[in-house]
Design a protein. Structure first.
Length: 79
């Protein structure tokens, strides 16, 4: 099983790379697998590679679901 998460492109760096924001953590990733990605776009990131572009609504919905799962896990751990 693999986990890929939405991240917003903050800046383009060297050719084919970008800095993304992963929940407040900034990381450089490769855009080699994604055509025409631009600053402000959301991409699905797995092991340092953007796999595809994602519309903002879907990205935010997915990030919200991850946040809710984290809260549920905290509640389970506390009980």
């Amino acid at each position: 099983m693999c986990l890929a998460i939405p991240a917003r492109i903050e800046s383009l760096t060297t050719h084919g790379n970008a800095i993304v924001n992963l929940g407040g953590v900034r990381k450089e990733i490769s855009l080699a697998l994604v055509d025409e990605a631009a600053v402000g776009d959301y991409v699905i990131v797995h092991v340092g590679y953007a796999l595809q572009r994602l519309d903002e609504e879907e990205a935010l919905r997915t990030l919200q679901a991850f946040a809710e799962m984290g809260k549920l896990q905290e509640e389970l751990d506390a009980s």
